[in-house]
Design a protein around this ligand. Structure first.
Ligand code: TYM
Length: 332
């Protein structure tokens, strides 16, 4: 799984609900594509999810659903490490260490913290605030070169680079400085109901977010109800956030450019376009759903996959943790 020459690509996703079309187009699709060229390490960031309250039975279900969904998207556990974060003890240990090398001011500037503390004003816990230090630990433990993420995670990645650079300045050669790897199309999929906000699992309006496992008729309904504008021309432009988002989604699933899409829908109305986008998304997700049903039914197989990966992840990450602790001055 690990080779000498290949660069390491690493990324995690929160299993805090079913995987969304945004997660797929912004991140997972890239993960799948990177498996040949890179030494790939992916994981479910379940420790991150408890920064927001979770219902225990639902949380257990979400984790297994997410594991099976991501495998169904095309993550091949024979060549890629795909583990569960909370099963690998080094993440929480390294997060504590990195907390002590991360500044209050840096964490205060994180837009995700500001957004989430507005959304959950009754529970602005310390974990929500120090979340980026755990994310930095996830990445730096594995000496990752590239981190395939959607545009919303770039700020966290920049902070990871700052923390690693600061740490290396004090204790040379501990961490590799990673780079973000953001896709050209699908990097920021917006809500279908409020296209000025990113599509998110926690969207209060269920019609704003398409889930990978939504039945085809639900997907079609969500696209047909998508918020647009009154111009009724399928063209990319300012003040047309809804149509811009639909054009980008259509482009991401069909591979067509914005110009080609505008040409194909010249003279056609929004109704036709929304139907075409819905159908294209349904078709793209159909094989994933079929594979998911098969995988999810075999709990023992899923468990054997993550247990194997957890063990390897523990071993790889322990090397970096031990090195960092030694340099800091802990007794070995
Ligand atoms: P999360 O779980 O919110 O999202 C997982 C991945 O999906 C991308 N994404 C999107 N891309 C395009 N449009 C959207 N609407 C959209 N919504 C989500 C995200 O950019 C991400 O790549 N903090 C991370 C998880 C994490 C992580 C890490 C990522 C924990 N440790 C280490 C990389 C490396 C998060 O909450 O992603």
């Amino acid at each position: 799984m690990e080779t000498e020459k290949k660069k390491t690509a690493l990324s995690l996703i929160q299993p805090s609900g079913t995987i969304t079309l945004g997660n797929y187009l912004g991140a997972i699709r890239n993960w799948v594509a990177m498996q040949e060229e890179f030494n790939c390490i992916f994981a479910l960031a379940d420790l991150h999810t408890i920064t927001v309250r979770q219902e225990p039975a639902q949380m257990r279900k979400n984790i297994l659903d997410a594991y099976a969904s991501i495998m169904a998207c095309g993550i091949d556990v024979e060549k890629t490490l795909f583990f569960i974060q909370s099963h690998v003890t080094t993440h929480a240990q390294m997060a504590w260490i990195l907390n002590c090398y991360t500044q209050f001011g840096e964490l205060s500037r994180m837009t995700q913290f500001k957004d989430k503390s507005q959304k959950h004003a009754d529970n602005i816990n310390a974990g929500l605030f120090t979340y980026p230090a755990l994310m930095a630990a996830d990445i730096l433990l594995y000496q990752a070169d590239l981190v395939p993420v959607g545009a919303d995670q770039v700020q966290h990645l920049e902070l990871t680079r700052d923390i690693a650079t600061r740490f290396n300045g004090l204790y040379p050669n501990v961490f590799k400085i990673p780079e973000a790897y953001v896709p050209k199309t699908g990097a920021r999929v917006m809500s279908l109901q409020d296209p000025t906000r990113k599509m998110s699992k926690s969207d209060e309006n269920v019609n704003g977010c398409v889930h990978l496992l939504d039945p085809p008729e639900v997907i079609m309904k969500k696209f047909k109800r998508a918020v647009t504008d009154s111009e009724a021309v399928v063209r990319y432009g300012e003040g047309k956030d809804g149509i811009n988002n639909l054009i980008d989604i259509y482009g991401a699933v069909t591979g067509l450019t914005r110009e080609q899409i505008e040409k194909d829908f010249d003279g056609k109305g929004y109704g036709d376009f929304k139907t075409a986008v819905g159908e294209a998304v349904v078709e793209a997700l159909r094989p994933i759903k079929e594979e998911y049903e098969k995988l999810r039914a075999d709990k023992a197989y899923l468990e054997s996959c993550y247990r194997k990966a957890d063990e390897i992840a523990q071993r790889i990450s322990q090397r970096t943790l031990s090195k960092a602790m030694k340099k800091i001055g802990f007794v070995q």
